[in-house]
Design a protein around this ligand. Structure first.
Ligand code: BG6
Ligand code: MG
Length: 226
């Protein structure tokens, strides 16, 4: 029996994935690294400092900055990102998400957040959805970032549920890997090829139908226990 829904934030509850992209792009322009949306795909779900490392590698500049300069660059990206998220309002909640949260509540399914973002709480507040969450895993307390399962396991622990009775929702390939490694049922939102390791993939949040999700989960649980 399903006990909890555990959500990623950026790109699942709201389209902040795009703001992260804009902020990295701007930083890239400053240090002479041009990124596009395709490269950005590989940054989804990845922590701030690891994203910077990947960008420097992508631009062949991994030996050009000291540790201190890297922290400064990551901070600069975050300052720009914080400016961008100031414009977030409840209108920015992706379609279908509120219905899903409501259905979960009505069916006594716990709701958790497993985001790599240290800006998760202000974003949830601006969206006006923080009240739905029974537990928000703290990314700054998480040792291994996605694709490691840690943040999803932290959320399950905080909700006091067994991972096997959880469904995780993700838009990033690294996030789907994290859910699978946590031994939860994974739902990918986005491109079928990118998210091919998810147990079930929908193109957009609009397709997140509560009854369909539960029946997919129940079916897979039955197959698993055979
Ligand atoms: C993830 C995003 O949710 O959070 C990544 O998908 C981002 O793109 C990561 O780098 C960390 O976010 P923040 O807000 O702590 O820099
Ligand atoms: Mg995401």
């Amino acid at each position: 029996m399903i006990e909890a829904f555990i959500f990623d934030l950026d790109g699942v509850i709201t389209d902040t994935a795009y703001y992260h992209y804009l902020a990295w792009k701007k930083l890239g322009e400053k240090i002479g690294i041009e990124i596009d949306e395709e490269f950005n795909e590989s940054l989804k779900g990845i922590s701030r400092i690891e994203s910077l490392e990947r960008m420097l590698k992508f631009g062949d500049k991994e030996n050009q900055f000291t540790q201190e300069e890297r922290i400064q660059l990551a901070t600069e990206k975050n300052e720009h990102y914080k400016e961008l998220i100031k414009r977030i309002t409840p209108k920015d909640i992706l379609p279908g998400i509120i219905d899903l949260l409501e259905e979960a509540k009505n069916n006594k399914i716990k709701i958790g957040l497993a985001s790599a973002s240290k800006n998760a709480i202000p974003v949830l507040n601006s969206l006006g959805v923080i009240g739905y969450f029974d537990f928000i895993a703290d990314a700054s307390e998480c040792k291994n970032s996605k694709p490691a399962p840690d943040i999803f396991l932290m959320a399950a622990k905080g909700l006091n549920v067994n991972p096997k009775y959880c469904i995780g929702f993700e838009d990033a390939s690294a996030g789907v890997d994290a859910i699978n490694s946590a031994r939860m049922y994974s739902i990918g939102i986005g491109d079928r090829d990118t998210l091919c390791k998810a147990k079930f993939v929908v193109k957009s949040t609009e397709e997140l139908d509560f009854n369909l999700i539960i029946s997919k989960y129940n079916k897979s649980e039955k197959e698993y226990s055979l």
